[in-house]
Design a protein around this ligand. Structure first.
Ligand code: DQA
Length: 152
């Protein structure tokens, strides 16, 4: 079965309490539950990991790289400067979709640049929790397309 790792970076464990205007009212557990429900419909397996530490995210990616087919990631503020995380995503060698709850392009100028963006197949920003389920659906399709292409 196709397995997708959903990675959540720093401060996303505080969703539901932090800056609800930008990030909504759902907790991370509630978002993960919705992602899990969509995964069931799509027929893919999902794994979740959150850390406030870049190294822990990298360790987890390295540990799981051989067992996963793709990554959905909201790297929090590491999005804007996390070059070690970017390298780990590249090294994982699987397609990546970047997600942001808020529209990072409509906020402070430092949020507008993502160092992960050119590592990812695409980016979804500003759609709230729905961005994760949209990313999961897109990634499942991309993994299927890649497999079909490799088979020809
Ligand atoms: C975020 C946007 C980042 O700039 C911020 O540091 C976050 C969350 C988002 O989901 O909109 O922690 O990635």
């Amino acid at each position: 079965m196709v397995t997708i790792l959903v990675l959540h970076g720093p401060n996303l464990n505080a969703l539901g309490r932090r800056d609800r205007h930008h990030y909504g009212t759902l907790t991370l557990d509630e978002i993960n539950r919705r992602i899990g429900e969509r995964a069931t419909v799509l027929g893919v397996a999902v794994e979740f990991f959150q850390s406030n530490h870049e190294g822990a995210l990298i360790d987890h990616l390295q540990e799981r790289a051989d067992g996963i087919d793709g990554v959905v990631i909201n790297a929090g503020a590491l999005t804007h400067y996390g070059l070690s995380l970017k390298d780990a995503l590249t090294d994982a060698g699987v397609p990546v979709v970047e997600v942001h709850l808020s529209n990072i392009h409509a906020r402070e100028s430092w949020r507008r640049h993502s160092v992960l963006a050119d590592t990812a197949r695409g980016q979804i920003a500003g759609l709230g929790w729905r961005g994760y389920t949209a990313a999961l659906e897109a990634l499942a399709g991309i993994i299927g397309d890649d497999a079909a292409e490799q088979a020809t």
